[in-house]
Design a protein around this ligand. Structure first.
Ligand SMILES: Nc1nc2c(ncn2[C@@H]2O[C@H](COP(=O)(O)OP(=O)(O)O)[C@@H](O)[C@H]2O)c(=O)[nH]1
Ligand SMILES: [Mg+2]
Ligand SMILES: [Zn+2]
Length: 335
């Protein structure tokens, strides 16, 4: 197995030196289960545990490995097993606030969940059918740009919409510098053109609600390749057998693809600065408001309102910006 194909590079190698001296080997997490992980290392795939003392030391979920992580593994090659001793520092990661958890009658519990790590680019997939939601796209754009990756918006199921031209324009208006692609995953040629976003040694992740077509697009990109890869069969729970699939796939033309289970809710994790890129248009204007703590609602001298009235963005975008800002500032206060 050539680890460079999976995104291994000199920077990671340098960070790995102290672990290599301990006889550990580098591996990338391709799937996470509750109590074990599947990783790929030079010798192939291993099923690994997380060292008990590390689990103990972990301050929270963010300290546990996620798909995409590079980890230091003590291999037990004969058994196809191993133990994770450390996680290498991530160059990008996406975290959300785990939804809907309450501890007793108290306040809503906040907990960070890292979704994926070490991704250069994210394809934010949304359907042009009933799934279409500009405000959700803004949320995803915030998640991705704040996490340190490039975003590409993929508008899928163009074949199911009569107004895809208008929808495309609406998304271009809110996407800033991020490219926007309108496709139908059922159209091979259109899917093929997405290969420009997958570069050798880099990882392209797919995010979006369940059912928007992420797996269909990935299957299309992988073409027949994936059929050759037998699904990994794992025993889960009380002897029940479930077929699971890997979440990282190698594209023969170069590049790693990362599938993700759909998220029903996406609550942001981070702070107000995370809006700097996804709402750059509004934030730039906000610098010119008369009051530095302007709420952009009815204050005199509000440059954001003036920008909105002149058609730079619409009221729903501003409302969503204020909602996300409030959500993030609440998190900041709670942490
Ligand atoms: N008509 C149409 N159906 C699509 C398209 N892309 C995906 N689908 C269908 O939508 C359903 C969900 O697709 P899937 O790839 O499993 O979505 P995921 O949950 O995001 O991985 C499947 O029945 C697909 O065949 C598309 O572009 N057009
Ligand atoms: Mg899927
Ligand atoms: Zn203002």
């Amino acid at each position: 197995m050539n680890l460079e194909d999976y995104g291994w590079n000199d920077k990671f190698a340098k960070k790995f030196l102290p672990f290599a001296q301990q006889g550990l080997v580098p591996a990338r997490v391709i799937r996470g289960e509750k109590n074990f992980f599947r990783v790929i290392c030079k010798e192939g795939e291993l099923t690994v545990r997380f060292a008990g003392k590390m689990r103990h030391r972990a301050g929270g979920r963010q300290d546990l490995p996620v798909v995409g992580d590079w980890v230091a593994v003590e291999p037990q090659l004969e058994q196809g097993r191993g133990v994770i001793h450390a996680i290498l520092e991530r160059f990008s990661s996406f975290a959300r606030n785990l939804p809907g958890r309450r501890k007793g009658k108290g306040r809503e519990r906040i907990e960070q969940q890292v979704i994926a790590a070490n991704v250069e680019r994210v394809f934010i997939v949304c359907g042009l059918d009933q799934d279409f939601n500009l405000r959700r796209i803004e949320r995803y754009l915030t998640l991705v740009t704040a996490g340190g990756a490039e975003a590409v918006v993929g508008l899928n199921k163009a074949d199911l919409s009569n107004e895809s031209e208008l929808q495309l324009q609406q998304v271009l208006d809110i996407a800033g510098n991020s490219p926007v692609e309108r496709i139908s995953a059922k159209n091979r040629d259109q899917v093929d053109q997405l290969k420009v976003y997958s570069r050798a040694g880099e990882t392209l992740a797919f995010l979006g609600s369940s059912g928007v077509g992420k797996s269909t697009i990935i299957n299309g990109l992988l073409d027949e390749e994936r059929q050759k890869v037998a699904p990994v069969s794992t025993a889960v729970g009380k002897g029940r057998h479930t077929t699971t699939h890997r979440e990282l796939f190698l594209l023969s033309g170069g590049g790693v693809l990362m599938d993700n289970p759909g998220m029903r809710e996406l609550h942001l994790w981070g702070d107000e600065e995370d809006l700097a890129e996804s709402f750059a248009d509004i934030e730039e204007l906000a610098l010119q408001c008369r009051f530095s703590d302007c709420g952009h609602r009815s204050e005199p001298g509000c440059a954001v309102r003036v920008g909105m009235d002149s058609g730079k963005f619409d009221e729903q975008r501003l409302e969503n910006y204020l909602r996300l800002k409030e959500e993030l500032s609440y998190l900041q206060r709670r942490r």
